[in-house]
Design a protein around this ligand. Structure first.
Ligand SMILES: *Cc1c(COP(=O)(O)O)cnc(C)c1O
Length: 367
């Protein structure tokens, strides 16, 4: 019997061990210590932003971003329905209301035309754009819709570390961007996240809200309701080691994607291509089957061969707690959500394993 191939597993083969050992040896295990500051500075310089504020996961990064932009009860926030649920939950955490946007079935990203239609009333304060699976959303068109309607732009880059439009990293041309460093993300700290911005005033407020809303002039004096969203020095220690190898990891992930692109030729599967003028970081290699039923039987077959896959996200508007904001239809999202799957995409995936996956896919279609 073959070894089981998971969809993802983190690679911790750089300086992670030494860095974590230093935290333990020096007893700097909480949210103070040299790694927190170093990780923030190195991350800011990697993506090309002025400020990076580390947090304890990617979900609170979104919550903090919206709070830092002053979005609250009564506000409307546009967000695509085809995304991970956290992108939408953040809207509710601050008491705002989601306005669901459809997706482009080819790129799998937010559809700018649907955004333009849904915000035409002019009362939507902000838009959260999640770049899914490592592909960049159409930020040129989304930014121009946002500008026309005076909307703030938040980019959820949890799945888009290393993704570029032209030679610019995603996330650096909007008000605020957020990242996740969960164990299956392109760089990981176990649990962790980051909020980035070029605006010094916003950055200062984000830091303040992250650390319990300390006023600063007196100890234990707080003048706003803040949070404890801090990252630990141990997580940041892992993060700096991950960042040092980031280019190598992304290069390997792009090679894996190219392998799959070639390998699925001659099958009915449709590959999620890189869009012209962008760099796809291929967080998760994605393919579309012809139908939901074909997707599910393919997944079962691969599982029986010891190969794990993931289904695409369910559209969030269809979940029970979001049905009151469902003003569909969302033909693009519904078209892809039930027939898409992610193939194993972790950087340590070797050529032998890739061959096994490719062979199994071809066997399935040959019947
Ligand atoms: C992973 C992810 C998040 C949430 O990050 P966590 O660190 O798991 O809280 C948010 N948005 C998207 C699109 C994600 O993929």
């Amino acid at each position: 019997m073959h070894d089981f191939i998971p969809v993802y597993s983190p690679q911790l083969t750089g300086g992670e061990w030494d860095n974590v050992k230093e935290c333990l040896d020096t007893t700097w295990i909480s949210s103070r210590g040299r790694f927190v500051e170093e990780f923030e500075q190195q991350f800011a310089s990697y993506v090309g932003t002025a400020h990076a504020i580390s947090v304890c996961n990617g979900t609170v990064a979104l919550h903090l971003a919206l709070a830092g932009l002053g979005i609250g009860p009564g506000d409307k926030v546009a967000v695509q329905t085809f995304t991970y649920v956290a992108s939408v939950n953040a809207v509710r955490y601050v008491g705002a209301e989601p306005v669901f946007i459809d997706s482009d079935p080819v790129t799998l990203q937010m559809c700018p035309q649907d955004l333009s239609r849904k915000v035409a009333s002019g009362d939507v304060r902000a838009v959260i754009v999640a770049h899914l699976y490592g592909q960049a959303a159409n930020m040129g068109e989304i930014a121009s819709v946002a500008q026309r309607h005076g909307m703030l732009v938040v980019e959820d880059c949890a799945e888009a570390f290393g993704t570029r439009i032209g030679n610019r990293h995603v996330g650096i041309d909007s008000e605020v961007a957020t990242y996740s460093f969960f164990g299956n993300k392109t760089i990981t700290t176990g649990e962790g996240g980051m909020v980035t911005t070029d605006d010094a005033t916003v950055a200062q407020l984000l830091r303040k809200l992250r650390g319990q809303g300390l006023a600063g002039e007196r100890e234990y004096w707080h003048d706003v309701v803040g949070f404890n969203f801090r990252m630990t020095n141990i997580c940041a220690a892992i993060g700096t080691a991950q960042l040092a190898r980031a280019d190598e990891v992304i290069e390997r992930k792009r090679k894996i994607a190219e392998y799959y692109r070639q390998a699925i030729k001659g099958t009915p599967l449709e590959f999620h291509h890189e869009q012209p003028g962008t760099t796809h970081s291929f967080w998760m290699c994605s393919v579309l089957a012809k139908s939901a039923q074909e997707r599910d039987t393919l997944r079962d077959y691969l599982k029986s061969c010891g190969i794990d896959t993931r289904p695409f996200f369910y559209p969030v508007h269809s979940m029970p707690m979001y049905q009151e904001w469902d003003h569909g239809p969302y033909p693009g999202a519904d078209n892809v959500a039930y027939r898409g799957l992610n193939l194993p995409s972790f950087p340590a995936l070797n050529d032998h394993q890739l061959d096994r996956i490719s062979t199994a896919i071809h066997q399935f279609y040959r019947g």
